[in-house]
Every structure is written in C-alpha cells, then in structure tokens.
Design a protein around this ligand. Structure first.
Ligand SMILES: Nc1ncnc2c1ncn2[C@@H]1O[C@H](COP(=O)(O)OP(=O)(O)OP(=O)(O)O)[C@@H](O)[C@H]1O
Length: 363
C-alpha cells in the first residue's frame, strides 16, 4: 500500500440502521488488522465502503496521498480502480473458469508466459500445484478458499480484504487454513484487513485490531493492547475477557492500584484516570490465572486468593475453571494441569495472578 489508510463515514439504511465510523486506520506497511465485532455491528458495511461497493452518505477515505472517496470534494474512485483484493465468505470463484484462469483473472500486464509462471508460483505456494486445470467444483471448500486467496494476492493489490474467509468450512479445515494463512500473508507484503468474530482467528493472525459494536468503531490499536487492556467494559465483554468484576479503587500510587472487589483486595497496574474511591471494572484473562494448593511466598505474585471451585468444563482446547474467591474468577488450564492439581468442583484452592496481568477500566 502506498501509505496509511484512513476512513471516516456514516451510512444510514432505509431500515433505520446507522453505521458511523470515525478515524478508522490501517497503518502503512504490511500486517494484518482484524475487524472484530458481533453480528450486525457494521463490519461488512465498513469493508464494502473500503472496496467501493457501498456508497456512504457522508465520509472520506484516503490511502497515503490518494483520495478514494470524499463526499465534500465529490471524489469517488470506482471499485475497479481501487486495487483491492477481496476474499469473501464463499470465495466466489468463477465456476466456468479453471483454477489457473481464476487466479490470473485480476493480473495486469506481463507476457502470457510470465502470467503462467506467476500463476504456477502462487498455486505452488498455496499447496495447489498440479490443480491448474481443475474447475472450482472439483475442489474442496478449503482448496477453493486458497484459490480465492491466490487470486486476491496475485492481482498485486494495494489492500487485501478477507471477509470471514472460512466461515463456511468445517472446524479442522478452518484451523488448518488459519495456521497456513499467516506466512502467506507475510510473504504478500500487503496490508490485510480481516473480518472475523472468532477470537482464535484474531489472536492467531492479527497484528492490530479494530472493534465495532452497534454500528460504531469502539476501539482500535495493537492487538496486545486491545486484547489485554481494552478501554471499555463493552470491548472487554465482546472480546470475552473471562473475568470482569466491578470494584472500587482503594489506592493508586507508584504505578500500582489496589481495588476492592466485594471485600477482596486486587492489586493491578495503575492506568490513567484512576482516582481513589472511583468505580472500575477489573479484567483478568483466564490464561493469566494459576491455581495451587497452598499460598506461595513469592513477591511477584501480589494477588493470591483462597476460593472454592464452583464449575469445571471444557472450553475449546482448555479447561474452564470457575472459582468463587469472593468475586467470580475464571481460570483457563490445560486438561493435564487440571488432573495433576486435582481440580474438582467444591475444592478450596489458591488462585494467583500477577498484578501486571490485572487490567482496570475506570467507569
Ligand atoms: N443493504 C442494507 N439494507 C438495510 N440495512 C442494512 C443493509 N446492509 C446492512 N444493513 C444493516 O446495517 C447493520 C450492519 O450490518 P453489517 O452487515 O455491516 O454487519 P456485520 O457486522 O457485517 O454483521 P455479520 O457479522 O452478521 O455479517 C445491520 O443492522 C444491518 O441490518
């Protein structure tokens, strides 16, 4: 991409739905930005506006020095000239064209031999070597999505949009594509915007994350920041932060905050905007909680609470342990750890979390 992409727009649908996005940013250079949000949040509308498939009522879209859209200046670069590679939920390959013809479709310039060699190169990278002459109907769902991705990347786009590219595929295929995808996107040297409402996709693939909720862009930034230090309880809930508890600030000094959560003292890193007596949300990720049978004499573990296990169930590849430590706390452990530690419902255990892994959001 020629420079950073910046987008602000509003779109009002006849049904009354309003999508309003202020200062959405994709920085210059390669990297994957995840566009995250619940169903109906406005994600598809945003990417359709980017691609030039949806006309906002009002807005501006610039890429580096270029303007793609500006209602005031009456600029509207047509979709065909925006150099956006698109992979939709169902790939949308041309059914009457071969795999090779599908991949070469958007390629510009070059001799016939050069195009052929670039197509072969892309198919090889995608693990589709030897399938040049097949029709899309002769491929599996995962193979079709890889062809769609090769087509998007081979057209030398300024930006690639992936709109839930494997939502229609079975879980093992999704997981395989997810792990294969990252190196391909890295090689492509092009910024990628990927729409998903799957946390695993976001964590595995994203460098940055933008969160939409109820028609608004509510947060954006580096993945780690947005995931571990969301600015609002709404974002924390959307991102399924396992523990979200209300508390009141007891003290904050020297970079450390102490918060009272239902009579339990929680030690956290200080964040801007905290005041003594102020109400806050306390956020703890399940993977940051460790369990033990005794209190540890370990100075870096400022938070150690006795509590009772009140729930235990499988959640994806992890075990979700629900505890009552005075407030509800969730730990995510491996099945092996649950067995070794003897975690069972009703058992009293010590839950420990480092202070720097506890995030507080002022209300
Ligand atoms: N063409 C349209 N006409 C009327 N309303 C629309 C249209 N497109 C989108 N909307 C409304 O705008 C809102 C946002 O829709 P959008 O498809 O952008 O959400 P989304 O986040 O992509 O959802 P999903 O994850 O389910 O695809 C919804 O309330 C939707 O009903």
């Amino acid at each position: 991409m020629i420079g950073a992409l910046q987008l602000s727009f509003s779109r009002r649908f006849p049904t009354g739905a309003i999508i309003q996005v202020d200062d959405f940013l994709i920085p210059e250079g390669r990297g994957v930005t995840i566009l995250f949000g619940e169903s109906g949040a406005g994600k598809s509308t945003l990417i359709r506006v980017l691609a030039g498939l949806e006309k906002p009522d009002d807005g501006r879209l610039s890429v580096g020095e270029e303007w793609w859209f500006d209602t005031e200046k009456r600029i509207d670069v047509p979709a065909s000239r925006r150099r956006v590679g698109w992979v939709s939920q169902d790939g949308l390959l041309f059914p009457h064209l071969s795999v090779a013809q599908n991949v070469s479709y958007g390629m510009r310039g070059g001799s016939k031999a050069a195009v052929k060699s670039r197509v072969a190169d892309w198919l090889e990278r995608m693990g589709l070597g030897g399938m040049e002459n097949r029709r899309p109907s002769e491929l599996s769902g995962g193979q079709q999505q890889r062809v769609a991705l090769a087509r998007a990347l081979a057209s030398d786009p300024a930006l690639v949009l992936l709109d839930e590219p494997w939502s229609g595929l079975d879980r093992p295929t999704r997981e395989r594509l997810r792990s294969e995808l990252r190196p391909w996107l890295r090689e492509a040297e092009v910024p990628v915007l990927m729409v998903t409402h799957d946390r695993q996709d976001a964590l595995a693939l994203g460098d940055r994350m933008a969160v939409m909720s109820r028609g608004r862009l509510v947060e954006q930034g580096e993945m780690e920041e947005v995931f571990c230090r969301p600015e609002s309880a709404e974002t924390a809930q959307l991102l399924e932060v396992e523990t979200l508890a209300r508390g009141r600030v007891l003290s904050c000094e020297n970079g450390v905050a102490e918060v009272d959560c239902r009579g339990v003292c929680v030690v956290a890193s200080e964040v801007p905007g905290l005041v003594k007596g102020g109400e806050v949300w306390v956020c703890v990720r399940g993977g940051d909680v460790s369990l033990g049978e005794v209190l540890l004499d370990h100075s870096s573990l400022r938070n150690q609470w006795w509590g009772r296990v009140v729930g235990l169930r499988q959640e994806g590849v992890a075990m979700r342990v629900e505890l009552d430590v005075g407030f509800p706390l969730v730990a995510l452990l491996t099945a092996a750890s649950v067995e070794v530690l003897g975690v069972t419902v009703g058992r009293e255990m010590v839950a420990a979390v480092k202070a720097q892994r506890v995030h507080v959001i002022p209300l």
